[in-house]
Design a protein around this ligand. Sequence first.
Ligand SMILES: Nc1nc2c(ncn2[C@@H]2O[C@H](COP(=O)(O)OP(=O)(O)OP(=O)(O)O)[C@@H](O)[C@H]2O)c(=O)[nH]1
Ligand SMILES: [Mg+2]
Length: 306
Amino acid sequence: MTPNGSAKPFRSGYVGLVGAPNVGKSTLLNQLLQEKISITAPKPQTTRNRIMGILTTEDFQVIFVDTPGIHRARDQFNKILVDTALSTLSEVDVIYFLVEAPDADREINSFILENLARVNTPVFLVINKIDLLPNKQALLPLMARFQSLHAFQAFIPISALTGDGVQTLLDETIGLLPEGPRYYPEDYLTDQPERFLVAELIREKVFHLLREEIPYAVAVVVDTFTEVPERNRIDIEATIHVEKDSQKAILIGKKGQMLKEIGKQARTDIEALLGSHVFLGLFVRVQKNWRKDMRMLSEFGYRSEG
Ligand SMILES: Nc1nc2c(ncn2[C@@H]2O[C@H](COP(=O)(O)OP(=O)(O)OP(=O)(O)O)[C@@H](O)[C@H]2O)c(=O)[nH]1
Ligand SMILES: [Mg+2]
């Protein structure tokens, strides 16, 4: 018997979301799931881990895998991010290669295409951010160019932000999934533990509120997570690690204003995620050059999965 109890075969499989930084991979994951699983920001290299979002219905289960943006990595830390994304390609049933409609011809795309050519997996060219196109006619030459570069399964224009085209993308995807089991219980949304999601929401606020190098120098770790059922509250303490004293000063801000704002915005999102009141205590710590320290990288949850 299939998990849906009918003669119709249950389909399941993995879909990898890859592309250059900032093209909207995480926004698309959240749109597909109608939940905020993966953090987003108008800056490159927001996502640092492989993040699964699980969509289950009576007839199928799709496990979408969000990945860090693929770019020319110049240091060890960024190489780990790119490896995490590239290793996903060989482990999924379907690939979404995302480009942004207003700026599709990014130099890095040729490198991504080289890697797509190595796997025998159907690839959708997902042309995102079509809400920014004043004239949809611009899609035609874009598709013609990409058509000559890879044997894509299909071209699907979407707006991950508004949801336009996303149902079509999903429908086309299900048709390609193999018959298979339900890998995760039906109420599972992600494989990530709550602590990770909480740390990510704090990191997202740093991306939104601070400029230049600060978001890149930040790693967030949840130190304690304590449920206080009699008060219907969860007490969370988290540390924001930075690389230099000067960054710590900026993160805390004048009279602690910046840290307070990060905490306020993060708490709103964390309460929505956990469905509970939250007490959030934030600490800032200098961990000199953590991005160059393999031990710290691994402690903060960044490791090459390649
Ligand atoms: N106008 C518009 N903006 C979008 C759309 N999709 C994503 N964005 C915006 O583009 C920016 C980057 O989105 P992300 O989802 O963080 O991009 P990403 O590809 O996950 O980026 P990295 O994790 O850094 O690789 C954010 O400011 C999003 O709000 C879209 O369809 N239309
Ligand atoms: Mg992302």
